[in-house]
Design a protein around this ligand. Structure first.
Ligand code: HEC
Length: 115
């Protein structure tokens, strides 16, 4: 078996690769500068807060508290932040935050968002 066909095989076995992907992406939450973190906290409190409530307890959108998000996989929450939820008022934020930054936001939401 050549290296080439080995790689093709791996691509065809996403279930096999998935645990590695998740392990890698969980570790990929970035070290953001203090300035960028402050901007993201402001964005979440102001823009997300307009739908999810200023205290993130819910409003038009559901609560984004650690209790509400505890059992939800971070990957799907990140996908929701970046891509929105078509057919619902949840808009995509990819113009404003990178996927890595969305990962940081979700991590902080699940831990208890900074004031
Ligand atoms: C215009 C209103 C609106 C804004 C602004 C908004 N959201 Fe949402 N969001 C929603 C709604 C409505 C839902 C629920 C969608 C559904 O029915 O599945 C949602 C769902 C979510 C979810 C999934 C929650 C879950 O329990 O599955 C996350 C995470 C989320 N929003 C994060 C954010 C973040 C972070 C921001 C700001 C960057 C934001 N939202 C801004 C309306 C909004």
């Amino acid at each position: 078996m050549t290296k080439q066909s080995g790689r093709t095989w791996l691509k065809r076995a996403p279930l096999l690769a998935a645990p590695f992907f998740f392990a890698a992406s969980a570790a990929a939450v970035p070290e953001l500068s203090a300035g960028r973190r402050a901007e993201l906290v402001h964005l979440v409190r102001q823009d997300c807060g307009s739908c999810h409530g200023m205290t993130l307890q819910g409003g038009l959108g559901p609560a984004l508290t650690p209790e509400a998000l505890r059992d939800k996989p971070a990957e799907s929450l990140v996908a929701t932040v970046v891509g929105g939820r078509p057919g619902t008022p949840m808009p995509p934020w990819r113009q404003f935050v990178s996927e890595a930054e969305a990962g940081w936001i979700v991590q902080e939401l699940q831990a208890g968002f900074p004031p």
